[in-house]
Write a protein that binds this ligand. Sequence first.
Ligand SMILES: [Zn+2]
Ligand SMILES: [Zn+2]
Length: 346
Amino acid sequence: MSEMRWDPLKNLWVAVADSKSRNPRDFFMERQKLTTTACPFCYGQENKTPPEIFALRPDGSPPNKPGWRVRVVPNKYPMLGIEGELAQRGEGLYDAMNGIGAHEVVIETPDHERSTADLSAAELADVLHAIQTRLVDLRRDARFRYIMPYKNDGLEAGSTIPHAYSQILALPVIPPEVSRALSTSKDYFVRKDRCLMCDLLAQEVADGRRIVRNDGEFLTFCPYAARHPFEVMIAPQRHSHDFTQLDHGSLTRLAETLGDLLRRQRQVLRDPPYNILLYTAPPPHRRPGKPNYWNTLSFDYHWHMELMPRLARPIGVEWGSGFYCNPTAPEEAAAFLRDAFLHPAP
Ligand SMILES: [Zn+2]
Ligand SMILES: [Zn+2]
């Protein structure tokens, strides 16, 4: 029989399979091949993207030329545009505002043939550092209420170019799921004087059944009420609301953790398409008339990452209701990932 489980952070119920959990083999699928002529993210193609915003260029090479290790450019087909005022307005019952935001692409490596799972910890730390730098810069813009780094890997996960890259989306609103997690964290803190995620991580460590990896600094685990099969969360065990405050040493350990997880996932699920989402504190801009806005944020919110392999197509009821059915118990998913046979790290 399945079990109904409640997620205190996301504030939702999930039906989780138990004894008849589907195992990794049930999810194996052929990735659809993405092809491209003259990939715009390779060396020598820098003029095929909009001019770069940021790049790590250890050889001191000029912008928009080869020589970079990580390169950040505006998305050529942005969902939201950077120029203009928000101009919020009501239209009867409806609300509208201009589509202001930023949409950037982080090209993770110049090497077309290597996926993110192939990158070394030093290379992945560079990518995370580029994301930190962009977050700090985008946060200065008071029009942005939330900034979301994310990754689509594989056509089925929304990727359109077969070259390792992530994206950053700056939004003029807080997305509903983020808003829910911010409120539940704040409510919990007001009631208990403690961080919900800190309590949750301590409980997961004590329980142990859902842990994939624990290096003492970052905990990798399958959430108790995971919505999707083989969904995994990575969070720092020391409280921190802000991903940009990680120093170089911690960033390197996070890169090791993330690379390790990607290689486990690739081995256990045969290189599935996947998404990664990075949830960190929203920009702390004061809002007129709301003196208490985010005033406990640094105590109540706890940054984290979620990795979701795209294994099962969402069923209609999930799209329509926000009620999820997970065919693989998180305890079993964690065991498969924990027991993965890994080649030495690159
Ligand atoms: Zn390429
Ligand atoms: Zn915390």
